[in-house]
Design a protein. Structure first.
Ligand code: SF4
Length: 337
């Protein structure tokens, strides 16, 4: 596996040849024949959802257009996005895997139905032509001078990223930039991420600590200046265009954070007790502590996990890294780092 993107003349020639072949094939199509439907993934109904609900969940599909880059796509790891696009017709996922996306879509319908106000804009489309590629996005809400993006999330996610996920901060900053580049669209002075936590518990909140006190958290996002936003946009568009020229295995590997990697830990356990005396991030410290605490203590290795690869990435079967993660599931767990 390589993390390098090589834009060699051979690859550029190969892509040009592919484009010419696609254009030639299209030219051979009889004029009265509709173009072939874009490939679609197979959506199963393993949980026997009511048919109407299943159909509603399975219906959502945004066909890939090579001349368009969506802001939500640009801020995500290119390996996931490009593998999904290349293998769309081979992907099999269950309707329940779309549950969060389905809820997000329903929430956006509610936002779009907000009572109108002169300075309120809901589901506002923004776009910018960037070197022949249309960069586009849809802003959830502009209310007065504030742009906000609304997301379903988890308590863990909010505690783990108290300033908002980096890709979400980039997303709202790119929206602001696309607004700023338009002579006619409204301008904003504040950016907000609004997370609605699905797994929030009032009982747990009463215990205090860093647990959110209510199920909705509003995070103010610092605004990038235009130069910073333009540079980020240039880099991400270039990254995506370069990634289109390489093979699946040569796509840059998603980072630890993008793979939702949890580290391997070493728990010092004591016979007769369920919870660990202490968690260590290295084996030596854990073994020293266990030795000091007597012969009823031992070290339990808790292997780190790429949670996204293992459970939440529909591109995993087409990703060399993801295939390794999937093959370990249910098999012999080994210590990893
Ligand atoms: S399986 Fe993991 S590494 Fe591969 S594309 Fe998905 S998240 Fe990235």
């Amino acid at each position: 596996m390589s993390n390098n993107i090589h834009e060699t003349p051979e690859r550029i020639d190969a892509e040009r040849a592919d484009r010419q072949k696609i254009a030639a094939d299209a030219a051979e199509q009889p004029a009265d024949q509709p173009p072939p439907a874009p490939p679609r993934r197979t959506v199963t109904n393993r949980y026997a959802l009511p048919q109407a609900l299943y159909e509603a969940m399975a219906a959502h599909h945004r066909p890939h257009d090579p001349n368009v880059l969506h802001v939500t796509e640009l801020v995500q790891p290119p390996r996931i996005q490009i593998l999904q696009q290349r293998h769309e017709g081979e992907i099999i996922e269950d309707a329940m895997d779309r549950f969060w996306a389905f809820r997000g879509t329903a929430m956006h319908e509610v936002i779009a139905a907000m009572p109108p106000k002169p300075d309120r804009h809901t589901e506002l489309s923004v776009s910018l032509n960037h070197s022949g590629i249309l960069v586009t996005g849809t802003i959830d809400l502009i209310d007065g001078d504030t742009l906000s993006d609304w997301k379903f999330g988890s308590v863990f996610g909010v505690i783990f990223d108290p300033d908002g996920k980096p890709e979400h901060r980039a997303q709202v900053n790119l929206y602001r930039y696309l607004l700023a580049m338009s002579p006619i669209l409204p301008k904003v002075q504040r950016l907000q991420l609004i997370y609605l936590m699905n797994d929030w518990s009032e009982r747990r909140a009463l215990q205090g600590g860093n647990y959110p006190s209510k199920p909705v958290v509003v995070i103010e996002v610092p605004m990038w200046d235009n130069d910073t936003a333009a540079q980020y946009l240039d880099e991400r568009v270039a990254l995506y265009m370069n990634c289109r020229l390489v093979t699946d295995d040569e796509l840059p590997l998603c980072s630890d954070k993008e793979r939702w990697r949890t580290p391997t830990t070493y728990a010092v356990m004591k016979e007769g007790r369920k919870s660990a005396l202490k968690l260590h991030d290295n084996r030596q410290d854990a073994e020293s502590m266990a030795a000091i605490n007597g012969n009823k203590c031992y070290v339990e290795i808790r292997n780190g996990e790429d949670r996204r690869c293992a459970k939440y990435c529909s591109a995993a079967p087409f990703c060399d890294y993801g295939r390794i993660v999937l093959s370990k599931q249910g098999g012999q767990e080994d210590e990893s780092e």
